[in-house]
Each structure stands twice: as structure tokens, then as C-alpha cells.
Design a protein around this ligand. Structure first.
Ligand SMILES: [Cu+2]
Length: 316
């Protein structure tokens, strides 16, 4: 990247251009309104100053056309930008179903990243170009914020729950990652880089080195050790929902709500089983809060992912 001045940071995802266009539009509209008001104040102050020769006879007392115009035109402009921003905001949290999930765990003061095949990295995230990537994030201590200026994404990373965000990088290269939520002494140094690669290079990178190919198998072992299988398998005597292919499936709840089962839903169901009771089932599952580590929850999620469903591993 060259050292010349850029008004905007480099833009490197499918969505970043839309956010820039929204930002520019809002700035131009607000600047135009502010300029018009300031200009009229100056013009009228000079023309109607005390003692000026301006014609003050027959001053209009009503000007309905002007009043309607200055009410309706700004209203439409602002509602229009609100609708535009609201649409982009909802898209920001609606990842395509073929997106590649990556787990992010923040702690003072580093980013730990884990791919679904168990490959881990610290302060670096390798991703393929032109592939939607969905980050599933949590914190081990305080609130952090995952911020990649070139991707125009920033999402709080909160202890005790999963937050998600997604992006599709449009060019290869390296992009800065920052923590954007003050998190203690070394907050300013809590950063890293996103490395966007060609899909073939990424596949080779993902398969090389410190992989833990058994994460789903380990998750299955935990699924039995914690006793999940005792109720959730078809042949079990206790009637509990079938978990095969659960990720990405629509789930109907006993209180009438419906949701798409994602990683956060599985985590909540393990730790807060009474939060979302599946329609047709009794609230008999015990909570595993305090008995299971975040790592074990991740492994069980990977086991459930390996059984299929819409959020199955990308490329498999
Ligand atoms: Cu931080």
C-alpha cells in the first residue's frame, strides 16, 4: 500500500463500498442543509439589518408551499437514509448460508482464532478471497471489539455469550485487525492482521501444520461423557430433541417463537436450557453452567456441525 493520504481506509469487502456510499451521502446531505441554513442567516441578516432600504411592505404572513417543502423534503431524505442504513445493518448480521465459520476468542490481550478443522492461530486470521466468512466470537475476560477498518466491520466481543459478524473479502493481501474497545493496559497493542489468500493457497494453508483433525470426534466423545447422548439419541428413553444436522435449521419454540439454530443457540441451550424450550418438549434439561469449558462447548458444536445441516463446514 502506498503512503499517500487517503480520506477513507482501503476498501476490501463486498459490503465496504456500500457503507462508504452511505457515509458520503449522509455527509453531503447534512452539509448541504447546514450550508443552506447558514447562507440564509447571513443573507437575511444583511438585507434586513436595521436601517437598510429593503422593502418591508406587504410581508407575507403565510407561505404554505415553502413550509411543506422544507418539512417534506428533509423528511424524505432522512427516512431514505434511515431505510438504507437499516437495510445494510440487517445484512451485516445475516450471513449467507455457505459462509465459512471461524471461532474467535478474545482475551487480554490477544485474539485467538480457531478454524472448524481445529487449526488455531493467534493475532492472525487466514481466510480465502471471495468466500463469505462468519465469525463466532466470545471473550474470556472483558469486553473487546473486533475491528477491521478495511472491511468496515466492528463488533463487540462479550464474555458469556457469542456475537457474530460476517464479511466477504474481495482482494488478497494483509489487513489490520484492531481491538476497538478499551480493555486494559495493553489494549492499544491488541491487534493483528487478516491474511486474505487465493482459495487454493488457503486450502493448503488450512491443511498444513498444527491441525487437530479430531475436534469433531473429540466433541462426540464429550457429547457422550457429559451425558448428552443419553437423552438426545433416537433410541434413548428420555424424549429430547434430535441434534443431527441442527446447525442452520429453523427451530420452533414452545412459546411460539421460531429461530435459526446457530452456534449461540447451542451454547445457550447447554448453559441456559430453560431460555429456549423446543415446542413439544418438557423443560427437563439441566444446566451445564460452571461444569463445561468454552473449549468443550466449541468441540460439541463442531461435533453437531459434523452431523450435517445448513451450517455444515464450508467446502465439504
Ligand atoms: Cu481488547
Amino acid at each position: 500500500m502506498n503512503a499517500s493520504f487517503h480520506l477513507f481506509p482501503h476498501s476490501a469487502t463486498t459490503a465496504s463500498g456500500r457503507y462508504d456510499a452511505l457515509f458520503i451521502t449522509q455527509t453531503v446531505v447534512l452539509a448541504a442543509v447546514a450550508f443552506a441554513v447558514a447562507l440564509l442567516i447571513v443573507v437575511f441578516s444583511i438585507r434586513y439589518r436595521a436601517g437598510s432600504a429593503a422593502d418591508r411592505s406587504n410581508a407575507p404572513t403565510t407561505a404554505r408551499g415553502v413550509e411543506i417543502a422544507w418539512t417534506v423534503i428533509p423528511l424524505l431524505l432522512f427516512i431514505g437514509t434511515f431505510a438504507w442504513a437499516a437495510y445494510d445493518f440487517t445484512q451485516l448480521y445475516r450471513a449467507p448460508s455457505d459462509s465459512m465459520p471461524v471461532f474467535v476468542v478474545a482475551k487480554q490481550w490477544m485474539w485467538k482464532l480457531e478454524h472448524t478443522n481445529g487449526k488455531r492461530e493467534i493475532d492472525e486470521l487466514h481466510v480465502p478471497v471471495n468466500q463469505p466468512v462468519r465469525l463466532v466470537m466470545t471473550s474470556q475476560d472483558v469486553i473487546h471489539s473486533f475491528y477491521v477498518p478495511a472491511f468496515r466491520i466492528k463488533q463487540d466481543v462479550v464474555p458469556g455469550r457469542y456475537t457474530t459478524i460476517w464479511f466477504t473479502a474481495t482482494e488478497t493481501g494483509e489487513f489490520h485487525l484492531h481491538c476497538a474497545e478499551y480493555c486494559g493496559t495493553d489494549h492499544a497493542a491488541m491487534g493483528g492482521r487478516i491474511i486474505v489468500m487465493q482459495p487454493g493457497d488457503f486450502a493448503a494453508w488450512l491443511a498444513s501444520g498444527n491441525t487437530r483433525p479430531g475436534i469433531a470426534a473429540h466433541g462426540f466423545e464429550l457429547y457422550r461423557r457429559y451425558g448428552c447422548s443419553g437423552c438426545h439419541e433416537a433410541q434413548s428413553s428420555v424424549h429430547a430433541p434430535d441434534l443431527h444436522g441442527l446447525l442452520g435449521r429453523e427451530v420452533h419454540l414452545s412459546d411460539g417463537r421460531a429461530l435459526i439454530a446457530d452456534e449461540a443457540y447451542i451454547r445457550d441451550s447447554i448453559l441456559l436450557p430453560r431460555k429456549d424450550i423446543v415446542a413439544g418438549y418438557e423443560p427437563i434439561m439441566p444446566s451445564f453452567a460452571g461444569q463445561i469449558s468454552e473449549d468443550d462447548i466449541l468441540a460439541i458444536i463442531e461435533y453437531i456441525r459434523s452431523t450435517g445441516g445448513n451450517y455444515a463446514r464450508a467446502g465439504q
